[in-house]
Design a protein around this ligand. Structure first.
Ligand SMILES: Nc1ncnc2c1ncn2[C@@H]1O[C@H](COP(=O)(O)OP(=O)(O)O)[C@@H](O)[C@H]1O
Ligand SMILES: NC(=O)OP(=O)(O)O
Length: 304
């Protein structure tokens, strides 16, 4: 089977965890231990989040007195692809030293007029109490929104339209190389009137980019791995219940938050709706990736 895996930002850095390199390397080591067995029997493409990491780099850039202007988010996104891609390469290589892995910096085309530019939804950086978040927003010109019971900076997150380096991914898979790509959704770019590509101030949702890649590659599975075991009905209420086997039309009837579970559900629905017979997607715990492939655990989505 061909499997596209989207590795949640929470897998790389748990909520509230200090973003030290050691902590992230350890989290990625645990993730690699779970993902490596999938590569024994399947073609695997790994995408990953970058919300916490791109926020750290943005803070550093803003605090650098030598700069007249902070680095833009396209540049910061490329830095996180290099950094996290390197960590994943090393961790996966340590689990399976006889396999070849490649991590690519890739650009993802977005529409310059995407409504996501006017309504930022992508959470980046750390979590704050509301008062502190509002004070930081005033000081730095950020926009902030509620993320669960805390507050966080948000940036624009336009929909991914095309993976510019898509053919490179095809070639690597043809050579039986396991590919890490679309980290942080890919570096967001638009096409100018002259046909050139130009980076834009945004962070793309990696689950939506993973769905785009999975569709392009005619993948058999899209696995969205995060820190919850299922999509829940009535999430956060006394009567929350895990959704096990389901369909896109049921999932699309739910009202889910745009900065967290919303894009994951959107991604799996897009993938399953576009797929042929036998295609399925799952949302669930990173630690249960292998059981998600055949729907033994997690929220398993097949066509209506
Ligand atoms: N209906 C729901 N079912 C399960 N989790 C939900 C739901 N709605 C919101 N969430 C939240 O979505 C979070 C996962 O999304 P997110 O934090 O963006 O993950 P990641 O960083 O792993 O990509 C969960 O930790 C949970 O708090
Ligand atoms: N870019 C992105 O989707 O990052 P997170 O998974 O950390 O939100």
């Amino acid at each position: 089977m061909r499997i596209v895996v989207a590795l949640g930002g929470n897998a790389l850095l748990q909520r509230g965890q200090v973003p030290d390199a050691e902590a992230q390397v350890e989290n990625i080591r645990l993730a690699a231990r779970e993902l490596a067995p999938l590569t024994d029997d399947h073609e695997v493409v790994i995408t990953h989040g970058n919300g916490p990491q791109v926020g750290v780099l943005a803070m550093e850039s803003a605090a650098d007195p030598r700069l007249t202007k902070s680095f833009p988010f396209d540049a910061l996104g490329a830095m996180t692809q290099g950094l996290i891609g390197y960590w994943i390469l090393q961790a996966m290589g340590n689990e399976r030293p006889y396999r070849q892995f490649a991590s690519i910096i890739n650009q993802t085309l977005v529409d310059a007029h995407d409504p996501g530019f006017a309504n930022p939804t992508k959470f980046v950086g750390e979590l704050y109490a509301e008062e502190e978040a509002r004070e930081l927003a005033d000081r730095h010109g950020w926009q902030v929104k509620q993320d669960g019971d805390r507050w966080r900076r948000v940036v624009a997150s336009p929909r991914p339209r095309e993976i510019i380096e898509g053919k490179l991914i095809d070639h690597l898979l043809d050579e039986s190389i396991i590919v890490v790509c679309a980290g942080g959704g890919g570096v967001p770019v638009v096409r100018t009137e002259t046909g050139d590509l130009r980076g834009v101030e945004a962070v793309i949702d990696k689950d939506l980019s993973a769905a785009l890649i999975a569709r392009r590659l005619h993948a058999d599975r899209l696995l969205v791995l995060t820190d919850v075991g299922h999509v829940m009905d009535g999430f956060g209420t006394d009567h929350e219940t895990p959704i096990r086997h389901t369909t896109p039309s049921y999932l699309r009837s739910l009202d889910l938050p745009s900065g967290s579970m919303g894009p994951k559900v959107d991604a799996v629905c897009q993938f399953v709706e576009a797929g042929g017979p036998g295609v399925a997607a799952a949302i669930g715990n990173l630690g249960e990736a292998q059981a998600l492939v055949h729907g033994e655990l997690g929220t398993y989505v097949t066509s209506d």
